[in-house]
Design a protein around this ligand. Structure first.
Ligand code: MG
Length: 315
């Protein structure tokens, strides 16, 4: 008998946790962007639709960066115009600047995300701007997206450590988060881009945000499992009032800045934990795991998610 067939995991709630968590599914964008294989457009669309069918309320769909920067997502326009969108599902897209925003809006995007850096070095390497200059670059994009009626999420990279600079002060992260909020971002995502956070550090960063009066209900956490800490860090964040968690179906997407195959926290690993805690997500874990096995077949390699392997016998 499989664990699911005999009703596992047993559901027992724990103190200090929310009753529901919103999962922000990044597999089709962050996941596929960081996979070596370029997936055919129709497979991406089927993937996104299957994720929505599995109950994910937010399925980040693609990125309107220049195709030569991210060839894996060069078909952003086709994905967004072909996708059968559902009324109760959000399909955010990443945009680097106003030009990308214009393309995204033309393709029917109604949910936008921009990506900033908490550190100087990564701002220069990823955005070709200094830490201070990046805000001026994002400001007109965020304003225009808001004027078009779109919510805007501000991704913040390197919130817990930077491969060139090392430690990042929590106050620095809070300063960057406040910049994004003040320019009009409606939501934030704190990225542990190289997966070096530990639980106390997570609490410290969230406390620093609260000290800047940032509304914790707008804050998502984006942990990478590079050092096996992503679930522990997620639990720490939930205890601090966070209710939005970024994950990638099947753990798709290694991290290009960490010397490891493990990147994004797998959605299945999170759902297993939340199911056990009685925290509702709306996600059908079995349907999701089946989708990840199917996607792993498309990529020609197994899912790194332990829950996917345990539930499906895939290896
Ligand atoms: Mg990621």
């Amino acid at each position: 008998m499989s664990a699911r067939e005999v009703g596992l995991p047993m559901t027992i709630s724990a103190a200090g946790l929310p009753s529901a968590v919103t999962i922000w599914e990044v597999g089709a964008r962050d996941g596929l962007q960081n996979e070596k294989t370029v997936v055919p457009t129709e497979i991406k669309i089927e993937f996104i639709e299957r994720l929505a069918t599995a109950g994910l309320p937010i399925v980040e769909a693609t990125s309107f960066v220049r195709p030569e920067w991210v060839p894996q997502l060069a078909d952003a326009a086709e994905v967004m115009t072909t996708l059968a969108k559902r009324d109760n599902v959000r399909y955010p897209v990443l945009v680097p600047n106003e030009r990308g925003l214009d393309r995204a809006l033309e393709c029917g995007a109604t949910d936008i995300a921009v990506f900033a850096s908490a550190t100087e070095t990564f701002a220069q390497k990823n955005l070709n701007r200094s830490y201070d200059e990046q805000w001026a670059m994002f400001e007109p994009t965020v304003a225009k997206a808001r004027a078009a009626g779109a919510p805007v999420r501000g991704y913040l990279s390197m919130c817990f450590g930077d491969p060139w600079e090392g430690a990042v002060a929590p106050e620095r992260v809070a300063d960057a988060a406040a910049h994004l909020r003040d320019m009009g971002c409606t939501e934030l995502s704190l990225g542990d881009t190289i997966g070096v956070a530990t639980a106390g550090h997570v609490e410290s960063v969230i406390r620093a945000l609260l000290a800047k009066d940032i509304d914790v209900s707008t804050v998502g956490v984006h942990f990478h499992d590079t050092y096996g800490q992503a679930l522990a860090n997620t639990l720490a964040a939930l205890r601090c009032g966070v209710t939005i968690v970024d994950t990638s179906a099947g753990g798709l997407g290694g991290c290009p800045y960490a010397k490891s195959a493990t990147g994004n926290l797998a959605t299945e690993d999170l759902v297993w934990m939340l199911d056990g805690l009685g925290i509702s997500t709306g996600v059908d874990l079995d349907a999701l795991a089946a989708t990840s096995v199917w996607m792993a077949d498309q990529l020609g390699r197994p899912s790194p998610s332990r829950v996917v392997r345990a539930l499906t016998g895939a290896n």
